[in-house]
Design a protein around this ligand. Structure first.
Ligand code: UT7
Length: 323
């Protein structure tokens, strides 16, 4: 059996940090409201001229270095993003150029906040089918570019960043065969479009648009869908909640993380939390969280890691991975 094993990981956050107090200077909000309702204390924001491809490239370089390989060994680049540099070509091809992955096929994948898990699923299937041996799976966003900075109900929630992993095919018996992506579970429901979307696009009105969201309803549906999709990952592999070493959720709101943990009966100490410092970085939030917990060695080889995400579309997804 072929498995997609994580060989390296990396992440990048823009230098500029915007605090809640900074936002309160130009929009009717407060540090206490944002902390209490979301758990967010600050977010990183890309500099002028710093693009999604730049963030993704920094994360990719770190992941390749950790994996001990160079760009030419990469067969596939899948970049989850809702904020590409340009309408076309794919931002992934820019990353390909910057890291010298000239042998790879490279494309973007749009599943909003679920983008990283969707990208992981696609890369894992390429690897299982033998169509790629080494894949770079990235999530990168510059949501600061598609926010209405006068809308306090959305502009306080998001941040910019990037992260990713290098997956390599491993086969055969033995302990290494137990590592890798065990399963992925993807869902979408286009009927929920109006609850969370950007009000622009090349075909619609030729502008990028800004984020529009019915936050309360998204929140309500998120908790239900996230616990369901984690259950699906556990059942699919014959695991129970107590088998999870680390739950790495999409970081949208600390209250969503707490409610999901409570609904599932998993301790908050088993959850990787970065939303306080990164805010919601959409497709980048899971690889940023993975990077943090793997780099400080909370996540260790052999740990069962379950990831989950939910976002616009709606899309929602989970993945079970033996690190
Ligand atoms: O990653 C994709 C998925 N996205 C999400 O998961 C986001 C899900 N939703 C949420 O995280 C929360 O619903 C929000 C953080 C967006 C909002 O929190 P809430 O507790 O659901 O607040 P609310 O929308 O019910 O608003 C409560 C009040 C309203 O005032 P009134 O109508 O009660 O007078 C809002 O206008 O809070 C007001 N409000 C704010 N006040 C200060 C909304 N945003 C702000 C703000 N600062 N930034």
């Amino acid at each position: 059996m072929i498995r997609s094993v994580v060989q390296g990981w990396g992440a990048y956050l823009p230098e500029k940090i915007v605090t809640n107090d900074d936002l309160a200077k130009f929009v009717d909000t407060s540090d206490s409201w944002i902390r209490e309702r979301t758990g967010i204390c600050q977010r990183h924001v890309a500099a002028d001229g710093e693009m999604t491809s730049d963030l993704a490239t920094n994360a990719a370089r770190q992941a390749l270095e950790r994996a001990g390989i160079d760009g030419l060994e990469v067969d596939l680049i899948v970049l989850g993003t809702a904020t590409p540099d340009e309408t076309f070509p794919a931002t992934a091809t820019r990353v390909q150029e910057y890291i010298g992955a000239h042998r790879a096929c490279a494309f973007d994948l749009q599943a909003a906040c679920s983008g990283f898990i969707y990208a992981l699923a696609v890369a894992d299937n390429f690897i299982r089918l033998g169509q790629a041996r080494t894949a770079l799976v990235l999530g990168a966003e510059t949501f600061s570019r598609i926010l209405d900075w006068s809308d306090r109900t959305t502009c306080v929630l998001f941040g910019d960043g990037a992260g990713g992993v290098v997956l390599r095919a491993e086969e055969g018996e033995g302990s290494s065969a137990d590592r890798g992506v065990l399963s992925t579970h993807l869902h979408s429901d286009g009927r929920q479009h109006d609850l969370l979307y950007a009000d622009g696009g090349p075909s619609l009105n030729q502008v990028a648009g800004v984020v529009r969201m019915e936050g309360r309803e998204v929140f309500r549906q998120a908790v239900a869908k996230l616990s369901q999709v984690v259950d699906e990952a556990l059942e699919g592999n014959g695991f129970s909640v107590s088998d999870i070493d680390w739950l790495v959720p999409h970081q949208a709101n600390k209250r969503i993380l707490d409610s999901t943990a409570k609904k599932m009966g998993i301790g908050i100490d088993k959850m990787v939390v970065t939303v306080d410092r990164h805010a919601n970085t959409s497709a980048a939030s899971i690889p940023l969280a993975l990077n943090e917990a793997a780099s400080d060695q909370r996540i260790k080889e052999g740990d069962l890691v379950v990831m989950e995400a939910m976002g616009a579309g709606f899309t929602w997804a989970s993945a079970a991975l033996r690190w």
